[in-house]
Design a protein around this ligand. Structure first.
Ligand SMILES: Cc1cc2nc3c(=O)[nH]c(=O)nc-3n(C[C@H](O)[C@H](O)[C@H](O)COP(=O)(O)OP(=O)(O)OC[C@H]3O[C@@H](n4cnc5c(N)ncnc54)[C@H](O)[C@@H]3O)c2cc1C
Length: 286
């Protein structure tokens, strides 16, 4: 059962941060509430005050100078149906279309997904591969945190308790960039997720820049620089030969945990399978 709480309705990000600072651990940001209210109902967390940020107007999607700006309050459904994103970031649109179910996507926000840092979540992994930046605000101060640095551990991010995530900035991939996010799982949430962003050179004869990220298998999504180094700048043939090794490296980097979703070894194996498939798919788009 949900215990009684007080709902604060700030009109600005400044006011929201001030409330969070003033009430400390007894207050929490409330966006769509799909995670927060569930956790409160289950008695896993307990807050006297929820700071509703829905009036802050953080639900815009804009594009300027090669960057897509996604307000933290944009719902999964809004992202999935945004015409601009369907053109510029089809991989993100596809990912969002496969998050949860339509009822959760209609209410749950991208910001809430990232800030809750539930390990079995999709967007963080792709945002790391895309080189996205997350904008955090506290009063008049604003800072950028790369998606790569944002996730610390399960349910833990770099955000301070009185900071708000206000925007997600995604560089628009170059026209010749291939991008793929693949996930695997048979429970409600994904068991393993993997994202690749790559460019090809010399008419796909060699691999240019590449970014690889893994998620869901371990406590937090991670970039896998060691696997990238194995493939970057190599001839496509050599890179394809190196995929099993890159998959092993990515499997270890995922810090997979044995749980209801599968054993550590099983998840590491799936990371390797997804890496091969995602590489081929991304390359085919270049
Ligand atoms: C049945 C079910 C299935 C799901 N399946 C998937 C899935 O397949 N893949 C997937 O990726 N996700 C999945 N999810 C997670 C879903 O994406 C999240 O529940 C949703 O995005 C959270 O957003 P929200 O706005 O509801 O967050 P809330 O519940 O409002 O908040 C979550 C947490 O983030 C904090 N927070 C929220 N916004 C901000 C902000 N702007 N700044 C600072 N802190 C903030 C809150 O204080 C809270 O601690 C599933 C959820 C459910 C319930």
């Amino acid at each position: 059962m949900l215990k009684r709480f007080r709902l604060e309705e700030p009109e600005s990000a400044n006011e929201a941060c001030e409330l969070l600072g003033r009430f400390g651990e007894s207050a929490k940001v409330y966006a769509g509430g799909t995670e927060l209210l569930l956790a409160m109902k289950e008695g896993l967390v307990d807050y006297e005050r929820l700071v509703n940020i829905k009036k802050l107007g953080l639900n815009q999607i804009k594009r300027d100078n090669g960057t897509i700006h996604i307000g933290a309050l944009c719902t999964h459904r809004q992202i999935e149906t945004a015409p601009d994103l369907q053109r510029a970031l089809p991989a993100l649109v596809k990912l969002e279309r496969n998050v949860a179910n339509v009822r959760v996507r209609q209410v749950g926000t991208l910001g809430g997904n990232l800030c809750f840092a539930e390990p079995h979540a999709d967007p963080g992994t792709l945002l790391i591969a895309l080189g996205a930046k997350l904008i955090a605000e506290k009063g008049a101060s604003k800072r950028e945190i790369s998606a790569e640095d944002f996730f610390v551990d399960a349910y833990e991010t770099r955000l301070a308790a009185d900071e708000l995530l206000t925007e997600i900035q995604v560089p628009v991939p170059a026209a010749h960039c291939g991008l793929e996010y693949l996930k695997f799982g048979y429970l409600e949430r994904p068991s393993v997720g993997l994202a690749i962003a790559l460019t090809a050179r010399d008419g796909k004869k060699s691999v240019g820049d590449i970014r690889i990220a893994v998620g869901c298998a371990g406590p937090a999504p991670k970039r896998v620089a060691e696997a990238e180094a194995l493939l970057e700048g190599k001839s496509t043939e050599e890179a394809i030969r190196s995929l099993p090794r890159a998959g092993e490296i990515a499997g270890r980097a995922a810090q997979a945990i044995s749980d209801l979703h599968g054993s550590q070894e099983y998840k590491e194996h799936i990371v390797g399978v997804l890496l091969k498939r995602a590489f081929q798919s991304a390359l085919s788009q270049c």
